[in-house]
Write a protein that binds this ligand. Sequence first.
Ligand code: 16G
Ligand code: ZN
Length: 534
Amino acid sequence: NSYRTVYAFAREMYPKKKDTYLQYGTAGFRTKATELHHVMYRMGLLAVLRARYKKGVIGVMVTASHNPEADNGVKIIDPRGEMLEEAWESWATKFANVVDEKLEDTINEVIKLFNIDNMNDRVEIVIGKDTRPSSLPLAKAVQDGVLALSGKPIDYGIVTTPQVHYFVVCKNTNRAYGQPTEEGYYRKLINAFLRVRGDKYNKGNYENRLMYDGANGVGAKKVKYLREVLKESLLVEMYNDEIIGSGKLNHLCGADYVKSQQKFPNGVPKEKNTRCCSVDGDADRIVYYYLDDNERFHLLDGDRIATLAASYLKELLQKTGLDLKIGLVQSAYANGASTEYISNKLNISVSCTATGVKHLHRKALTYDIGVYFEANGHGTVVFSNNAKQKLVATARNNSTSADHKEACFKLLDVIDLINETVGDAISDMLLVETILHERGWDVKQWEECYTDLPNKLLKVTVKDRNVVTTTDAERICVTPEGLQDEINTIVSKYKKGRSFVRASGTEDIIRVYAEAATKEDTELLAIEVAQKVY
Ligand code: 16G
Ligand code: ZN
């Protein structure tokens, strides 16, 4: 049969070491790169099965995002650009862990369970990888898995995670979403950006100069190209752009470092009052920041980007005269001040979901215009087909007023500027720059929209993190019994206090989040709650 070679390949090229157990988590598999060869091969196999089952193109991205350079990982992307469906996550875990001898049996189990009757289809699997030196052999292992089941690997080489999501959607929509090439990706974003920006590059307090921290990864490599094309319209000053094999990937720089340490990254000159941004190791997250006159660090994270985008889109929507439903989706980590600003000042409906891109994305799809961001800087905007159709129809309708028409065309351009398939640091950066430019705002004006509540994140190591379970988008603790009551009692003592605990999906720990009116209170609140978790 067509997969006679599966086991032979596994045994000779990618044998599974004994005693390794890996779980497909929120962001796929992630661990030391040396532990992953057999996993990659097997994800190649699984991707082919998934593609045949879905009768579409599937993506596989080899990356460990913001982790250290020696780690690596892999995630599977579904036909509509979404994260692998949860029901298949457990198959991914099973594939990663069965002994070599059981691999073909496991394949047969999936074929049988899902009635896959098109095992001869030469389905396409889009493969991308980040700049980690280990990504090259690991992506090769994915390819071999795809080939072993007679699938067709399409190797895009070194690309960002959001580019892979984009390629997959382009292919599955018959190119309606765009051309499934890097050139097509850039052309779509850049054309839209330049159309909206026009030829006036500076406006009001907005200066078209930006310091960019590429985290010594793929985000540096890809923005170099963009920079050439954008020329004077946006002056992107590049820092931390040592890419392949320097060992410096995400090291003391990048979006995760800046957000979690609340610190200015190494490698970027400490220039005061200058807009800076950092991306992570696979360029699906971005945060902004600046140093004030006293060299105090100010962070503009995912919540800030979300509120900026949502308020802008609401304004633009009003100008079109169309009645479409706009909403914003956050996780429990969103700063309380941002939530209050969105609902009370912007009058935009806001909802909260569990942590993890797939949850936010899914909720955002329930709106005509759904903006979602995690505080860590991962997010995007999705638009319903209804919204797109109405915009196109209204823009083309002769009886539409000139003002409404102009707004429709502009919103259509803004849609093209956005990578709707997943959070995309490059596209998010162009969106932020577009909005600040249009408003003539410098970074301080952006920050003045609302004042963040002081907040604190603690990690607590426990024997078994699974004892903590939660409900209501992780805001209420269900077990251990009584813990939530204790948290409530503690929180009630603090002005503007809010705190929650949840088991991490990526580390073997419990996370404790706290915010309150003052920095001192926040520290105390976090510690008090953490002590109850021990
Ligand atoms: C993963 C998620 C990210 C989330 C983080 C939380 C994806 C692609 N990534 O990295 O969105 O913020 O996990 O980690 O979904 P935690 O469960 O350890 O707090
Ligand atoms: Zn990432």
